[in-house]
Write a protein that binds this ligand. Sequence first.
Ligand SMILES: [Mn+2]
Length: 412
Amino acid sequence: MKDLFASRPDRITKHAGISSKTPIQRNHHPDFDKLQLRGWKSAEAEANLPSAAWEKEKQWALRMGLTGAESLTDKSIPTFARGELPHYAGINTFLKAPYIEDVTRVGAYDAAVIGIPFDGGTTYRPGTRFGPQGVRKISALYTPYNYEMGVDLREQMTLCDVGDVFTIPANIEKTFDQITRAVSHVASSGALPVMIGGDHSIGFPCVRGIAQCTSKRIGIVHFDRHIDIQEKDLDERMHTTPWFHATDLANVPAVNLVQIGIGGWQVPREGVEVARERNTNIFTMRDVEELGLAETAARALELAWKDADAVYISFDIDSVDCGFVPGTGWPEPGGFLPREALELVSLVAAEGICGLEVVEVSPPYDQSEITALLATRVIVDVLGTLVSHGKMGAHRSIIDKPVSIPAGPEVA
Ligand SMILES: [Mn+2]
């Protein structure tokens, strides 16, 4: 890309902010063209986005919520708040997506958000059982449109919220079985499973749910400060263990596990030993710094996709510097800046994914909902990236062993 500022001469003011007798020269930049800025291109791109789904939503809101008071000028405003607006109102699903009470209908959507309220795998601060509701609540802040990506999720894909998995707080193994069953149902339907944790123990049953619907090989890109690959912790399969058990699955080999951001003083040596034995791929934060984001993503994709047919993203919110994510179970300084994390996860998602989980958001420890807000961003940025790269729906091709879970009898 052309350097917009290449022709800029040295500034003539020696002391910024101090007035000089010499008048400041304002140089004319003949090569500067605002039309070259991404900022302007994005503004132009918006004109090409459709708005049919938004028009339909407004009509639907009037039908569901009744027409508004006569004193209102905007006749699209209903009496009862329905749909996106206003952002402070409503019963929140993720991004105000339709709540699918009847989960047998989930296959009608491109992607489905699944809440997994479980913190029984936590080994320090609990509270992630409130993660799904925390993320849903602050997700109401967002519109479905992203200026820089030039995408409008409402217009270009369909999203639903299936609500939460019925977890069993006092039993990790029963909870894992419930999670696997839920995720396998969604994956089999053709909707992209998007999980909101919950602590990181859910990584294993989530991947198991997708893996059992396919004969294909799955790679994992795991963003974390922690290695999470020891066999047991405190005598159980806790949130420090998901990748040991996931990479025991026949079609989820450890050589396709890519772990990005690992480091600091909270990495148990038991896990390091397993990572070494199983030959996983580990990028520390320093590796990321030295390689740069684009090169890190390129290498991560190469490793995760090597002889694999799909890639799953596991995003632990604690991979971000704890100054930005106070509401998490094991806060650790020195992680990603938010925009680094968002850029990296988008670069990885651009090749397509078979599932996404965002874990370890603990609203009771959060401040001003900033941790939950960043988790929301990870999800919408991944969805936006899938849309803008034409990868939404690409995961369907690997589902060759769909499961069928019986529903209860009809209720009169
Ligand atoms: Mn972690």
